[in-house]
Design a binder for this molecule. Structure first.
Ligand code: SAM
Length: 204
């Protein structure tokens, strides 16, 4: 059986994939965010939230449900998304300064920044790990510019040799750093989520 066929078969059996389909959700990834937020209460009603690497918009919808009417939600991705009511979207590359300037037109200080960015995977593990860590580090840099004092950050990271270094960087910026693998994240996937609580610009 070819690799794609195996992947498609596994996906069909996947509990969260089925659940996402049944509930007409944009992605199975949404369950990871919901589980993380249930555990760590990072996003609250009324918050302003920036979601990096947001397509197709599963997290964005869930975030909007949490923050409610008065909350502000803005997503960024290289890929366009179908519009979500009361959610702003910027089409762009998070590594490009112009994208940050576009975000700032809407809002320049967020209570929470989330990042579920993944590169196009090449199949070469070391390359994919390095590319993904690069996106996680760029997301961390964006916190310096756009996260409010005391704000929170959730970021996906592919584990590997650059992981510890990334965690050390986070520890320099947040009062508390928690590493967590939500149940909805596939066991054999190397992805893990890191939560940074209480951003303090003096730490850096
Ligand atoms: C796993 S998906 C995110 C799924 C999303 N959290 C959801 O629930 O629908 C990862 C996204 O990261 C985006 N991405 C990768 N590199 C990016 C970059 N440099 N700038 C913006 N988005 C990027 C990809 O286009 C992709 O849509």
């Amino acid at each position: 059986m070819g690799k794609r066929r195996i992947w498609l078969d596994e996906r069909k059996k996947d509990y969260y994939y089925k659940k996402a389909k049944e509930e007409n959700l944009r992605s199975r990834a949404v369950f990871k965010l919901i589980q993380l937020n249930k555990k760590f209460h990072v996003i609250k009603k009324g918050n302003s939230v920036l979601d990096l690497g947001c397509a197709p918009g599963g997290w964005l919808k869930a975030i909007k449900d949490i923050v409610g009417e008065k909350g502000i939600v803005l997503g960024v991705d290289l890929q366009p998304i179908a519009p979500i009511p009361q959610v702003k979207f910027v089409l762009g590359d998070i590594t490009d300064e112009n994208t940050l300037n576009e975000i700032k037109v809407y809002n320049s200080s967020f209570d929470v920044i989330t990042s579920d960015c993944s590169p196009n995977v090449s199949g070469n593990w070391e390359v994919d790990h390095a590319r993904q860590i690069y996106l996680a580090e760029k997301s961390l840099e964006i916190c310096h510019q756009l996260l409010a004092e005391g704000g929170n950050f959730i970021v996906k990271v592919f584990q590997g040799e650059l992981f510890e270094d990334f965690i050390d960087k986070m520890k320099k910026m947040f009062e508390k750093v928690i590493i967590s693998k939500p149940d909805a994240s596939r066991k054999r996937s190397s992805e893990i989520y890191v939560v940074g609580r209480h951003y303090d610009s003096k730490y850096t």
